[in-house]
Design a protein around this ligand. Structure first.
Ligand SMILES: Nc1ncnc2c1ncn2[C@@H]1O[C@H](COP(=O)(O)OP(=O)(O)OP(=O)(O)O)[C@@H](O)[C@H]1O
Length: 787
């Protein structure tokens, strides 16, 4: 492993109120030599695990070989029973062994991270009743050397002292049933690179602030980093404490909602490790770009196996034969609002109940182009079933009845002409097979006929089992058509005629097997009603980031599918860029009387005071004004109608590129982004267009719509708000869209508008921004942290 030479060690000298480490050099030497020792223990442990892994792998291979030699013995019932039991045991053994292999790999991965950065903090403390001083070092995983506890996992109960306690404070911690009080005597933070301490500070009362500012001042990256070392008290509490089954983490943009949610997942996996596994957690994020962005966070916290999902992945995986038509924010329609709403979900339930009586759409059951059971006949069977159960239960009875009917038809079919025909074309080999069974010609022909019929009817049987006698798509279209009788469309500002026109468009899309996200979700929900909703216990936790991006319909569907799971949700209703997505009231409606523990984070860690002061004027909830902790330059507005516009903005961007900053041109819509692309082409800037969530950010300069930049951050964000771009946008969507765009900027925000009369800046305090064309020098580097 690469180790840095001791020469470049330095102690972080903090100005102002932050106490330095006393006897720096001596202390530093001691700490470094401890760290060297710890790393040597880690090295040895990695070696040991590598050996253990190879051994386990070999054993696994042997087991696999052995299992292939086990055959089911069907000589007698007992023998068959015994041999299949043996096989099952083998399979279970294999699963256990491969889980063990995974655990070894995961532990190795944690240790490899710890080789570079073994721990980030030290706490000296004493139990108030005992006075004897103890010491812990806190890192992403625990490490023991014989009996000695070298590193304590940041999630261990005692590690809460690092986040909760200031020197001299009494901190009460809960250990299972009992509570103990501790006093913190020393809190030391380390900055470590390649196992070398490059900075060290003893913090007195302002936990982590010097490090925090240093971390926040650094440049952004394509991947989100972990923040365990600087997690703040208010964040730590949400991570560790939940008295309620469901948790809602709300907060201003950049307040660490995602960070806290990820940290909470890692914490839960640690705290409940005997009951909770990574596969018990279903994690949703708004799009795949965001998913890629946060993909490193859990591994950096010591957890590897939690898989992320977007809601569209969740649905499309369940309906693989359809494709999803993505929509632009600008195209967000009132129809989408109807279909994403709770009244629509409710309408679907009522419609399903109605289907128990009538309107079910059946198709003929056919064999060789001949109708075996006509749709009228199926309808008749359906009507004569008197079931008290659900729609799905009634359809299940129908399925069984159709199979029974099929049996009768099978018997009748034995003498059918098509069977005569197939009989004549039977191969000699098949004939011989039948001959072996019996020499009685009549019996043999009977057997052959039965076999031919059984084979032909097998496909029909399969179709009945998969309920393809029901025209599910036609049923969905019918549901859409009767919506005006089930919902008051006026509440959504949609006329009945417009709705029916819209249904025609859906029919056209369906001819191409294409669905909008809302339709696909509703179609899936209808299928569940018809096939049985199958409540699932497969997940213990459902974690949803950017909850405001999910529709009430989608959340209700999840809640009905996983009613017993605990929900951890993070989001910001101010960033609801898709109109008519989830509101607080709807959230509570969905969870009914279930308690939701709600948290509100107001400190903004991402953006500067100046950026948030500007952005907050676009937000709809003034009582939730952000409290940023850093200062830099004010946002600057560029006017596209001015002659020097192009040159000035180009110079500005180029100089920021030179500094290595990540820059995003953000438009409300894809169309808007595309309309700006020609400028970037003219300026000869090397940039990447991101119009699809399957793309990944891999350039320094990005052009993208805000829907795909949800949750992301950039050193510099440039909001694109020319009149042409504003044209397609509804006024109601303004607030959230612009707030979200502006709050993507960490250090500097620019805005491009058509001219000084722009609609966008009406009512915005002019002292909160500069005129871009007048700010020729790009300030960038100067930061006055402690303003
Ligand atoms: N305690 C902390 N220490 C260091 N950095 C932090 C801390 N909390 C948050 N951050 C940083 O602040 C930025 C914003 O965090 P995050 O993305 O979690 O916020 P958010 O509230 O989810 O934002 P959005 O509302 O835009 O989705 C990230 O760069 C994150 O690493």
């Amino acid at each position: 492993m690469l180790r840095k030479k001791r020469l470049d060690i330095y102690i972080l000298i903090m100005k102002g109120d932050y106490p330095m480490v006393r006897n720096e050099n001596l202390e530093l030497e001691k700490e470094q030599s401890r760290m060297d020792h710890v790393v040597s223990v880690i090295d040895k442990e990695i070696e040991r695990l590598a050996y253990e892994y190879t051994e386990k792998l070999e054993r696994q291979k042997e087991l696999l070989k052995e299992s292939s030699s086990i055959k089911i013995n069907n000589s007698s019932n007992e023998a068959m029973w015994e041999s299949s039991g043996e096989l099952r045991e083998f399979e279970q053994n294999l699963v256990i062994k491969s889980n063990e292999l995974n655990q070894v790999q995961n532990r190795r991965a944690v240790l490899e991270k710890m080789q570079e950065d073994p721990y980030f903090g030290r706490i000296d403390y004493h139990n108030v009743n005992e006075k004897e001083e103890e010491q812990i070092y806190v890192g992403i995983g625990s490490l023991f050397d014989k009996e000695e506890n070298l590193i304590v996992d940041w999630r261990a109960p005692i590690s809460a002292l690092y986040y909760e306690g200031n020197v001299g404070d009494r901190v009460k911690l809960r250990f299972g049933e009992h509570i103990e009080a501790f006093e913190v005597d020393l809190k030391r933070q380390f900055r470590v690179r390649n196992a070398t301490i490059t900075g060290m500070i003893d913090t007195d009362n302002v936990m982590g602030d010097p490090y925090l500012l240093e971390v926040l001042e650094s440049s952004s990256s394509n991947l989100m980093g972990p923040v365990i070392a600087t997690l703040q008290k208010e964040q730590n509490r949400i991570v560790r404490e939940s008295t309620s089954k469901n948790v809602l983490i709300q907060g201003v943009a950049g307040s660490g909602k995602t960070v806290v949610m990820m940290q909470k997942i890692a914490y839960l996996l640690y705290a409940y490790r005997n009951f909770l596994k990574a596969e018990d957690i279903l994690l949703f994020s708004p799009n795949r770009i965001f998913q890629a962005y946060i993909s490193q966070v859990l591994p950096s916290l010591g957890e590897w196996d939690v898989a992320g999902n977007t809601f569209s992945q969740f649905i499309t995986r369940r309906l693989p034969s359809f494709s999803l038509k993505r929509s632009d924010v600008g195209a967000a329609s009132s129809y989408g609002a109807v279909k994403g709403s709770l009244p629509f979900y409710d309408a679907l339930q009522r419609y399903s109940r109605l289907l128990k009586k009538k309107h079910l759409k059946f198709r003929d059951i056919v064999l060789h182009d001949e109708v075996l059971i006509s749709k009228e006949e199926i309808e008749y069977y359906y009507e004569t079933i008197h079931s008290q159960g659900s729609l799905a239960a009634k359809l299940e009875i129908l399925r069984v009845q159709l199979l029974q009917k099929l049996e009768i038809l099978k018997e009748e079919a034995v003498d059918a002409e098509w069977v005569d025909e197939e009989l004549q074309h039977l191969s000699a080999a098949s004939m011989h097979q039948f001959e072996r069974q019996t020499h009685d010609i009549t019996k043999m022909e009977g057997n052959i006929r039965k076999e031919i019929v059984a084979k032909a009817f097998l496909t029909v049987e399969k179709k009945i089992n998969s309920q393809s006698h029901i025209r599910f798509l036609a049923q969905y279209i019918h549901f859409l058509r009767v919506i005006p009788q089930l919902i008051n469309l006026e509440e959504f500002n949609v006329s009945k005629d417009d709705w029916q026109e819209h249904v025609k468009e859906v029919v056209e899309m369906l001819k191409e097997k294409e669905f909008s996200m809302e339709d696909m979700t509703a179609y899936y929900a209808l299928l569940l009603q018809m096939k049985g909703i199958m409540q699932q216990n497969s997940y213990q936790y459902i974690c949803i980031d950017e909850i405001q991006d999910i529709t009430p319909f989608q959340l209700k569907l999840l809640k009905d599918l996983y009613p017993r799971a605990k929900y951890v949700m993070a989001g910001d209703l101010n960033q609801n860029i898709w109109q008519n997505r989830l509101s607080n009231q709807e959230l509570h409606q969905i969870f009914k009387e279930e308690e939701i523990e709600s948290h509100l984070l107001l400190t903004s860690y991402r953006s500067t005071r100046e950026i948030m002061a500007f952005a907050d004027q676009f937000a709809s909830l003034p009582e939730r004004t952000a409290k940023p902790i850093r200062s830099r330059e004010k946002p600057a507005v560029f006017y596209a109608n001015q002659t020097d516009f192009s040159e000035k903005i180009r110079q500005t961007i180029l100089s920021r590129i030179e500094k290595g900053e990540r820059i995003a041109f953000l438009s409300p819509t894809i169309k808007g982004a595309e309309s700006f692309a020609s400028y970037l082409d003219d300026w000869n800037i090397d940039y990447q267009k991101i119009y699809d969530e399957n793309d990944f950010l891999n350039k320094q300069v990005i052009l993208m719509p805000i829907s795909l930049a949800k949750g992301l951050e950039f050193d510099v964000a440039i909001g694109l708000g020319t009149d042409e771009i504003l044209k397609g946008l509804s006024k109601e969507s303004y607030q959230q869209i612009w707030y979200t765009i502006f709050s993507r900027a960490m250090h500097q925000l620019y805005l491009v508008v058509s001219n000084e009369q722009t609609e966008l800046l009406k009512g915005i305090d002019p002292s909160t921004y500069l005129h871009g064309q007048e700010t020729i020098e790009v300030e960038g580097g100067s930061s006055n942290l402690n303003k």
